[in-house]
Write a protein that binds this ligand. Structure first.
Ligand SMILES: Cc1cc2nc3c(=O)[nH]c(=O)nc-3n(C[C@H](O)[C@H](O)[C@H](O)COP(=O)(O)OP(=O)(O)OC[C@H]3O[C@@H](n4cnc5c(N)ncnc54)[C@H](O)[C@@H]3O)c2cc1C
Length: 253
């Protein structure tokens, strides 16, 4: 157990070094408290640019910086890389994976959110989400491998399958990913293969709701759709994914 000295200043533990946890710690720089910022990773991640890592436009260090480095000048913060497993509120203690428990006087939970498979968790094996660097690197590997495998595939049907990319979810991340993927296929990889034409790649954006980017006004959503289509993306709105497995994705109307 990591014990607190009862005479010392109050101890705030922040779980999560994302935007919320990191900014909370920074805002408290001039307060007379001790802060422990706990994260299961060693870095702060700029999630809005994950799609760029997933599509090979940026590399991992471009969007992730070590929390220790960011907070090196803030003397009231200790950074700890550990995963919080459970919280014992009665004893004001956090149980950590592989590290001794940590006492707190105040606790801030800023562990973020994760994507949902709407009750189909088995889809995760075939359709990774995009929340972490590992997710982005895995998607990048899959995309680039698909082009490589298509280059050596002689069966036209299999080649077509390899060059068909389906993105489920027409929110901002899905739209950005689809547009970038289409740009890569049409422009970036244009002259890099001999047996396939990357411009033959199909990029499908599948959205259950009646339109993509549901959070923005209809006029902007329509504009985005037109721009995607100009890039060669096939937008399927009003089409929920009903099955995802190793062979592909089924969509309903
Ligand atoms: C692909 C993508 C694109 C986005 N684009 C935009 C955009 O363009 N504009 C915009 O405003 N927002 C965007 N967002 C949303 C924005 O990134 C999030 O709202 C923001 O990151 C939430 O911050 P947070 O601190 O609450 O959580 P997070 O940033 O998710 O941070 C949570 C932290 O908690 C840590 N953690 C979780 N569980 C534990 C545990 N048990 N123990 C220890 N540590 C733990 C995690 O490792 C992580 O570092 C995007 C999100 C994604 C995924």
């Amino acid at each position: 157990m990591i014990q607190d000295d009862p005479k010392s200043s109050p101890h705030l533990v922040i779980i999560g070094g994302g935007f919320a946890g990191l900014w909370a710690a920074r805002e408290l720089a001039r307060t007379p408290i001790r802060i422990t910022l706990l994260d299961r990773g060693n870095h702060h991640l700029f999630q809005p640019l994950l799609y760029q890592v997933a599509t090979a436009g940026l590399s991992a260090p471009d969007i992730a910086a070590p929390l220790r480095h960011i907070l090196r000048r803030q003397s009231n913060v200790t950074v700890l890389m550990a995963e919080a497993d459970a919280i014992d509120t009665a004893n004001q203690s956090i149980l950590l994976r592989e590290v001794a428990a940590l006492d707190y006087d105040f606790l801030l939970i800023a562990t973020g959110a994760t994507h949902a498979y709407f009750g189909h968790d088995d889809w995760a094996a075939h359709a990774p989400g995009l929340k972490t660097l590992d997710d982005a690197l895995s998607i990048r590997r899959r995309i680039l491998s698909a082009f490589e495998h298509a280059e050596v595939e002689t069966d036209p049907a299999k080649r077509r399958a390899l060059l068909t990319f389906a993105i489920v979810g027409g929110g901002p991340t899905g739209v950005e990913l689809a547009a970038t993927l289409a740009e890569i296929a049409r422009h970036t990889l244009r002259n890099e293969f001999r047996r396939i034409d990357p411009r033959d790649a199909r990029v499908l954006l599948i959205e259950a709701g009646p339109r993509i980017l549901a959070a923005v006004p209809d006029v902007l959503s329509q504009k985005a759709r037109k721009q995607l289509e100009k890039l060669g993306v096939e937008v399927r709105a009003g089409s929920p994914a009903t099955r995802i497995d190793a062979d592909g994705v089924c969509i309903g109307d």
